[in-house]
Design a protein around this ligand. Sequence first.
Ligand code: HEC
Length: 482
Amino acid sequence: MQKLLGNTIDWLDRRLGLRSAFLPILTHPVPRGLGWFYVFGSATLSMFLLQIITGICLALVYVPSASDAYTSLEYLNREQPLGWLLRAVHYWSASGMVVLLALHATRVFLMGAFKYPRELTWLLGVGLLFTTLGLAFTGQVLRWDQDAYWGVGVGAAMMGRVPVVGPALVHVLLGGANIGGETLSRFFGLHVFVLPGLTILLLVPHLYLVVRQGISARPRAGKPVDPRTYDAEYAAELAAGEPFFPYDFTKDAIFSACCVLVVFTLAVYFGPKGPSGPPDPTLIAAEPRPDWYFLPLFALLALSPPEMETAIMLVMPVVLVAVLVLVPFVAGKGERSPRRRPVAVLFVLVFFVIYGVLGYLGNVAPWSPDMNAWSGTPVPERMVKNLTPAQLQGAAVLQNKTCRNCHALDGEGGRRGPDLTSVATRLTRDELIRQVIQGGGNMPAYGQQLSPAEVEVLVSFLTTLKPDGEPRPHAGDVAADQ
Ligand code: HEC
C-alpha cells in the first residue's frame, strides 16, 4: 500500500516537478528569532480559506433573489442539517479575517517591515485590505434584512456624492434607480465572483513577494534600513538563519489552528448572525446596525452634522487610501524599530482609540433620529396662510407622518434630512412625489404608509414651500395639481 502511494507520488512528481518547485519554499532559510508576532499573516490566509470553503457551501443553498434570500437563510438556520453552523462559521471567520488582517497590518507597520525592499508587498496588502472590507460589506448585504437595506442605502448615499459620476455609480451599484432585486444580484455577483477573484489576484503576487524578498528580520533599534547596504545585511542574516520548515512553519500552523478553534467555538456558542427581520423600507422605527467593523463609520455619519457629511463621506476614504499608499514611499528607509519611531506608534494608537470610541458610539447612538422629538411641533403659521383646503390637509399629513423628525421647517425640526422651508424651489412636483413614495438617500419610502390621496395633498402642500418673495402657486395651478 505504502509502496503504491510512493510510486504514485513519484510518477506525478516526475511529470509535475512539484517537489523541486515547492520544497525550496518550505526549507528556505528565514532569520532566527522571529517570535510569535509573525503568525498573523498566515492566520489571515487560513481564515480566507475557511471563508472560501464555507462560502461555496452556502452558495449551494442561498437564493440571491429579493423575494427568496431571506427565506433561504431561515431555511439554512432551521431546516438544513448544520446549516446554522455553516452560516455561523462563515460569519465568525469573516470577523476573524478582519481582526487578523488588522493585526498583521499593524505588526508590519510597527516593525517597519514595509520598508525597502518590501514596498510592493505592502501595496498589494493595502489592496487586500480593501477587497476584504469589500467582501465584508457585500456579505452583510446578502443577508437582505433590515440592516442590509440600510447599509446599501448609506453606501449609495456615499457614492451619490461623488462629483459628476456619482449618480451613474449609484445606478451601477444598485442595478437601477432603487434598492431592489437587481441590487441583490449585483451584490451577490460582487461577493462571490468579483471580490474573491480580486483577492486571489492580489494574494498570489503578495505571497510570491513574501517568499522572494524573504521575511524581514526582527527590527533592531539603531540599525536603520539603507537600500545600499540592506541586501548584503539581509543575506548575512539568512546565512545565519534557520529553515522555515519546521520551526516557523510550526508556529504558523499552531496559531492558525487556534484561530480556527476559536472561530468554531464562537460559532457554536453564539450561532449565526441574523437575518434580523425581512427588509422593509417603510419600517422607519427599525434601528439598523452594520456588522461591527463598520460601526465606527456608521457612528461618524450618524453623529456628524449634515453639512459635514459630504466632506466625511468623500474626503475621508481618499485620504485614508492616500496615506496607506504613500507610507512605503515616505518612510521606505531608515529606522525600523518602533522604539525609534514615536510618530508611527502614536499614529497607530490614535487610530485604534478613535476606531474604538466611534465603534462604541456606533453601538449606542441611534442612526434613525428620535422619532417622537418633533411630532408635536406645528407647521409655522406663515406657511399655512392662504392655503386651499387640500393644501391645508397636506400640512396636516406632514405633521402627522413624522416628517418633521427628520426635516426642519424654518429651522425647527430634525436635522437628518434637508430643511424643507423652500423645497419647492429645488424640486419639481414629480420629484417631490418620487421622494415621498420611494424615499432614498436615507429617507424611508412612504409609499406603503400613505394613501394616494394623502400623497396628493401632501405634495400639493410641499409645492407651496417657497420663500416669501417668490410667487406661490395660485388657485389655477392647484386645480391642475389635483
Ligand atoms: C428618517 C428620516 C426622514 C423622515 C422621517 C422623512 N425624511 Fe424626507 N428626507 C430624509 C433625508 C435624509 C433626505 C435627503 C435625501 C437625499 O440626500 O437624497 C430627505 C429628502 C426629502 C425631500 C427632498 C428634499 C430636497 O431638498 O432634496 C423631501 C421633499 C422630503 N424628504 C419629504 C419628506 C416628507 C414629506 C416626509 C414625511 C412623509 C419625510 N420626508 C420624512 C429623511 C427623512
